[in-house]
Design a binder for this molecule. Structure first.
Ligand code: NAP
Length: 303
């Protein structure tokens, strides 16, 4: 199936293009980007121009940041094409509901992806937790924004989500692992004095689960989830790719390269099956953190 990729920036080049090149399901047939391109693939700078010129392309995958994404997403669906969205699926919950409704009316697939749910050990961790009681859970998601989002000022603008851009990955795993819905009880958000989005956040959820998100971590990076259960300790490390039970490594590896191939395989499955998937549970928790969170002002941040 032919697919177009829009927003040729960091994640498109790091993950989407290699995943599509290796995919048995997809042929990357066009790109849409004002500055980026992929060698050997027809480039466009405007989404509507691409949709008009290439009626043979049935699916579009959007890798733009969340705020500018809606207009492109709506254009894709109105043109009757299937739509795949990077995480977070939009800037607001209402706009993603609107896109899901539009996709249904148009009879096309919409897939709001959560790449961290495709991490190697998430399924095994979910299976292991089933039927057990969690006494406590601690999430530590600490990474260096300068390394993963070099110069991306949009991430600290309103709607860019700040540290929740990676933090929502942890929440996408957590909402997949737990059999019961989580509830946010409190949040502390640290906003740099010169920015519109938080650089760090500490969250307390129901079920004695807490989270510590920080964008200022230099040196080793941490994407860990640790649980105390009635059957002993379990930990998911490396963003869901490595499972430890009782301190012993039992599954997965320190490798994230399987996530995007799995997303594109799932998209192929959804398109072929005439289905859609838009689970907004991780984004609801982030919206709740902005609603309920206490705001602290911290030092200015410059890239
Ligand atoms: P990025 O490189 O800053 O942006 C991707 C592309 O979107 C840019 O190259 C740009 O292409 C286009 N773009 C940027 N701002 C725009 C605007 N205001 N209006 C229109 N187009 C704009 O960002 P990214 O890191 O790839 O992230 C994109 C999405 O992927 C985000 O939702 C992020 O959460 C997700 N993601 C990122 C990572 C990561 O490690 N960086 C990992 C997983 C998921 P043109 O200027 O060429 O049009």
């Amino acid at each position: 199936m032919k697919i177009a990729l829009a927003g040729i920036g960091k994640i498109a080049l790091d993950q989407h293009v290699p995943a599509l090149e290796a995919s048995p399901d997809w042929e990357l047939a066009a790109t849409v980007s004002r500055h980026g391109a992929v060698e050997g693939v027809e480039p466009f700078t405007d989404i509507n121009a691409m949709l008009d010129a290439r009626p043979d392309i049935g699916t579009v995958s959007l890798c733009l940041p969340p705020v500018p994404r809606y207009a492109a997403a709506e254009a894709v669906l109105r043109a009757g094409r299937h739509l795949m969205l990077e995480k977070p699926p939009g800037a607001t919950l209402a706009e993603v509901h609107a896109l899901a409704d539009l996709a249904e009316r148009q009879g096309v697939t919409i897939y709001a992806t959560w790449h961290s749910r495709m991490a190697m050990a998430v399924g095994a961790a979910r299976d292991w937790l089933a039927g057990k009681t969690i006494h406590e859970g601690r999430i530590t998601w600490r990474e260096d924004v300068r390394k993963w989002h070099p110069g991306q000022d949009w991430i600290f603008e309103a709607g860019g989500m700040g540290v929740f851009d990676p933090g929502i990955n942890a929440l996408s795993i957590l909402t997949e692992l737990l059999p019961e819905p989580l509830r946010l009880l409190s949040a502390d958000l640290d906003f740099p004095a010169n920015r519109q989005a938080p650089i760090a956040a500490r969250l307390q959820f129901s079920q004695r689960i807490s989270a510590d998100f920080d964008f200022r971590q230099e040196g080793p990076q941490t994407w860990d989830m640790e649980f105390q259960t009635d059957a002993g300790p379990m930990a998911l490390r490396m963003g869901g790719n490595r499972l430890e039970i009782d301190g012993r490594h039992v599954q997965g590896a320190d490798d994230i390269m399987g996530e995007y191939p799995a997303l594109y395989a799932r998209m192929a499955e959804l398109v072929r099956g005439g289905q859609s998937e838009t689970d907004l549970a991780p984004m609801v928790l982030v919206a709740d953190a902005f609603t309920l969170g206490r705001r602290n002002t911290v030092a200015d941040f410059q890239f």
